[in-house]
Design a protein around this ligand. Structure first.
Ligand SMILES: Cc1cc2nc3c(=O)[nH]c(=O)nc-3n(C[C@H](O)[C@H](O)[C@H](O)COP(=O)(O)OP(=O)(O)OC[C@H]3O[C@@H](n4cnc5c(N)ncnc54)[C@H](O)[C@@H]3O)c2cc1C
Length: 432
């Protein structure tokens, strides 16, 4: 009988493991099912460029049904796993729960923002982990420029023009750098605002940013950001953000309409409820072949798993580069297991790493060499354009980038789409 492989999560792990299985499995050997809430995979390293508008949101995602032609796709969320009966329970968007029987189960549910108990943070902050957050932030920043240019209230103006990002990892640095670059670029359309009135603050608890690149590249990134007038506060923590009043532990406090929290991630809460072994950070504990301890038919990888790093020791970092290669090894190992073959451990050798700092600006490491500026920025773009699955997406991404080069950033703020029924409700007399 054909084996049943259920893959939970359609992100890096889910997509690349399914693609690998499509290649490796013989016809009729197994039925692969991918479960994900949305019918697309978000190419997260491109989110900062979605936020700055240099990339259309639709072009930074991969349509799962189109790419996984030989695989069954179910739009829904895993709600539980019965490891005795080998059944995964899935809640579709509507209708009764589904029970998916499996012979092999893969968990690749990624991670979400990890909040600290800071007063006001949950009410005033926003994360930067999803497509919706990236799209919202772009519109939000443009809306703040409109508010500042229209108001006669100096306090409101200062507040609207203050943008605070907490967390100096690549997510925070890239998001801030891209959005600030966009804001400066569009300012010529706002004659009422002077660039020096905008206040962009990066708050980092450690004494350096970007721990995934070398110290000198991180220092270069700091001087690039400071050179653009960005206030980089190292060894500083957010103490509170009640009613939009940001208080830092260096004694400074100011009002800000924008507070982006990018100071860490954690696996989704469901992971803890599955009854599988987890480490102190809530990640699923797996061996070096990515099998869950004590469960030979369950596998986990990516941001929700603690995969041993056989090169550097400890646990693999939560990056797309690791997740893709873990997924490929995991796909190979499942194919081996179905045929009674030998499982191989996951090994990783870095080919490079880049951090975008806005148009024509980046730092990175490539084949053991440190690179920066326009060269690093071009190399980063070339890398992602060729890595995103399907020519269809590669061409759309390249098209957006080519169009953006001569024309710069677009100033259109489409945040009215966040309330699409507003005009209709007003016409119906339901609201003022
Ligand atoms: C803004 C940003 C920029 C980044 N930049 C880089 C970079 O430049 N380089 C780099 O290497 N890495 C980068 N990363 C990190 C990288 O994106 C992650 O490490 C990678 O996405 C992890 O892959 P994953 O498959 O574990 O999780 P994801 O890609 O997040 O996929 C998890 C999937 O599981 C789904 N899911 C969650 N819960 C359930 C459930 N209950 N049932 C079904 N499905 C579920 C989610 O909806 C999601 O689709 C960045 C991340 C962000 C947020």
């Amino acid at each position: 009988m054909s084996k049943r492989i259920v893959i939970v999560g359609g992100g890096y792990v889910g997509l690349y493991a399914a693609l690998r299985l499509q290649q490796r499995l013989r016809s009729g050997e197994a039925q692969v099912t991918v479960v994900n809430p949305e019918n697309f995979m978000v190419y997260r390293p491109l989110l900062p460029e979605v936020a700055s508008g240099t990339l259309e949101p639709r072009h930074a995602v991969v349509p799962l049904r189109a790419v996984l032609s030989g695989t069954r796709f179910v739009a829904g969320r895993l709600t539980g796993v019965d490891t005795q009966r080998r059944v995964a329970s899935v809640a579709p968007e509507a209708g009764p729960e589904l029970e998916l029987e499996y012979d092999e189960l893969v968990l690749g549910m990624g991670a979400m923002s990890k909040l600290l108990p800071i007063p006001g943070l949950a009410e005033c902050g926003i994360g930067f982990n999803s497509l919706a957050e990236a799209v919202h932030l772009r519109d939000h920043v443009l809306r703040q420029l409109e508010i500042a240019s229209a108001t006669s209230d100096p306090e409101l103006r200062r507040c609207a023009l203050t943008f605070v990002f907490v967390g100096g990892g690549y997510t925070g640095v890239e998001a801030l750098a891209e959005l600030q670059d966009m804001a400066v670029d569009v300012l010529e359309g706002y004659p009422e605002i002077d660039a020096s009135e905008m206040r962009w603050v990066l708050v980092e608890a450690m004494d350096r940013i970007l721990t995934t690149v070398s110290e000198d590249l991180a220092a270069r990134a700091v001087s690039e950001l400071r050179g653009r007038g960005i206030d980089v506060r190292l060894s500083t923590q957010l103490e509170s953000a009640e009613d939009g009043l940001v208080r830092l532990n260096d004694g400074d406090s100011f009002r800000a309409s924008t507070l982006v929290w990018v100071a860490g991630t954690k696996p989704p809460p469901l992971v803890k409820e599955l009854g599988l072994p987890t480490d102190q950070r809530g990640r699923i504990v797996v061996d070096e072949t990515m099998r869950v301890e004590g469960h030979p038919d369950i596998w986990a990888a990516g941001d929700c798993a603690a995969v041993p790093d056989l090169q550097k020791g400890g646990v693999c970092p939560p990056t797309a580069q690791y997740a893709v290669r873990q997924a490929r090894r995991l796909g190979d190992n499942i194919a081996q297991r179905l045929r009674g073959g030998e499982l191989k451990p996951f090994h990783y050798k870095s080919k490079g790493e880049f951090v975008t700092l806005g148009m024509n600006k980046a730092v990175g490491e490539m084949l053991g060499r440190k690179v920066h500026g326009r060269f690093a920025w071009t190399a980063r773009r070339a890398y992602y354009a060729t890595q995103i699955p399907t020519w269809n997406r590669t061409i759309r991404v390249l098209g957006d980038w080519l169009v953006g080069m001569p024309f710069g950033h677009d100033v259109v703020n489409l945040d009215s789409r966040e309330e699409p029924r507003g005009a209709f409700q007003e016409a119906a007399g339901r609201r003022a």
